[in-house]
Design a protein. Sequence first.
Lengths: 274, 418
Amino acid sequence: MSLQPYASPIERIWFWVFRVFCGLILVFLMIPVLVIIPLSFSDSSFLTYPIQGFSLRWYEQIFSAGPWMDSLKNSLIVAPLATLLAMIFGTLAAVGLNRADFPGKGLILALLISPMVVPLVIVAVGMYFFFANLGLLNSYTGLVIAHAVLGVPFVVITVNATLQGFDYNQMRAGASLGASPLRVFFTVVLPQIIPGVASGGLFAFATSFDEVVVALFIASPTERTLPIQMFSGIRENISPAIAAMATILILMSVVLLLVMELLRRRSEKMRSHS
Amino acid sequence: MTSIAATQTAAGTQPVTGLKAQLRRAERLKKIKAMLLVAPLALFLIIAFVLPISSMLWRSIDNTEVSQVMPQTATLIQQWDGSGLPDEAVFAAFAAELRDSRSGGGLGRIGRRLNYEDPTFRSLLTRTLRGLPASTELSWTEELISIDPRWNDTATWQAIQRTAPLTTDRYLLASLDLERNAEGQIVKVAENQQLYIQVFKRTLIIAGGVTLICLFLGFPLAYLLATLPTSTSNLLLICVLLPFWTSLLVRTAAWIVLLQSGGLVNAGLMWTGLIDSPIQLVFNRIGVFFAMVHVLLPFMILPLYSVMKGVSPSYQRAAVSLGAHPFAAFWQVYVPQTLSGIAAGTILVFIMALGYYITPALVGGPSDQMVSYYVAYYTNTTNNWGMAAALGALLLIVTLLLYMVYHKLVNQKQLVRS
């Protein structure tokens, strides 16, 4: 969209009003992300501007042994395992869904996507009672299972999308050349769908790394994850330590965004080759 | 794979009918293989997701407390016609089973259940249990009435009768501010006890308001992104995607920092002279709207953007060249082509907003809490699981209905930008 040289004054005004409005929305979107970063370097105990002095004490606090490090460690245990589980189950299912039509396929797809739709609090309460009966409450296993459930739809969706352009004759070619189905999968299929698997995995990882509702219900203080620590920090005493951890999480989301963009480019390049 | 190869080698030697049969078998094998690939995940989700949720939903009609702890009383009292007093057999069974309920936590369970019928019931039970003799020379009817005259009330026994069947609709009715009166008719609860209709209304108002604001902000921005040259729009898209990828808790914390009384927004407003002293922007409805719109706006922008990318600008130009006012060309030619994106974004944002719990809990006040909050509250704080399940069931039904509409409208792929 650009302004034509013959535009009338009203069109010019409208054009600029529109641009300024959009600019304000972008500011609205970015400002919370930007505003919290400088506060993490403040030496005051209050999260207010203007910042009086510079200090790294809050980073020192979160990186020294204590609840922040423990919760970060817990999240780094739970999230990768949940992601791995979601990636394996999700990729297999997506390949299966694309291989052939079978009765009840639509219903099954709806089932596989449903964890993304059901309100989290319902998932949380349901798992709370169910895991209590199985003795999985307050355990890493329970948390990993719960987060794998929540992450699986993303893997199914992204792998499914990547498989849309996949030519199944390649699998036949591989098989006719004598490769076992497993070998065909790992040497022919997987290299082509890896961008979809990886971006689904990133979604699943981000989901687990930011999930607080289910974790609040089924984790004990021992398995306290980073989001729970953030949640109680915000609720009880909002200190610049939260800003410091937030800054690290923002950095992490920048990295996630970059990796996603790389994966998208790679998958586009692959598609243009085939 | 191997079966197809087998089909092909067999083709030369077998008659046509055999080939058909083999092809069918190969097709069937392919289907079975496909199903076997889907099966692990389907099973995993049925066990770890569907089962927990359905057993939770069962609790919304579950009424087995009394019939488990007092099976005989429950059976007998259901035969009572509900007038006067039940006969001696019921009294005797009740006395015997009340004595047994002391072990194994049974007393606590029925006490909690009967307290929902009448909040003094638990104390009546403990009081009766204390005075209960091991055997009686009188009838158990007289014995119980001598311990507490309330056992002479028809209403006391009616309350027990209501708790005797295996299922109940009281929680579901209660979550709609309804109850059954003594005659068993469904009536509205007293004005001062009505709560949930208000909560549902509030949930719909907040979710609807957030959705409308997201549409109002998201549509222009998506339009700008879709019409700018790709290099510029990709750069601006980062401003949408970075918050999208940033932790929800980080963003919520940031809004508290921004909106608090000494925060930047208040400072800015005071600097411009619009206000003289800081105004309350957080821990109330305003804060909830700010934070929720911020979290959900990308979910509006991304589907709109992907639809708008596919809309050719030449239709709009053609309309203008045919003499339409630019605004009319936009409204009558461009907007209708983006309707699928509008529908997708709107329903997606609305569905997600309905189930919100964390954001209102952190940046809202007591009167800004939505249905999810009460589900969590009844589970964690008061252990009234029937009520938690009933509210959850209603929330789930509304969500799933909307999701079905969404599913009809949109392809799965658009949910995730990959």
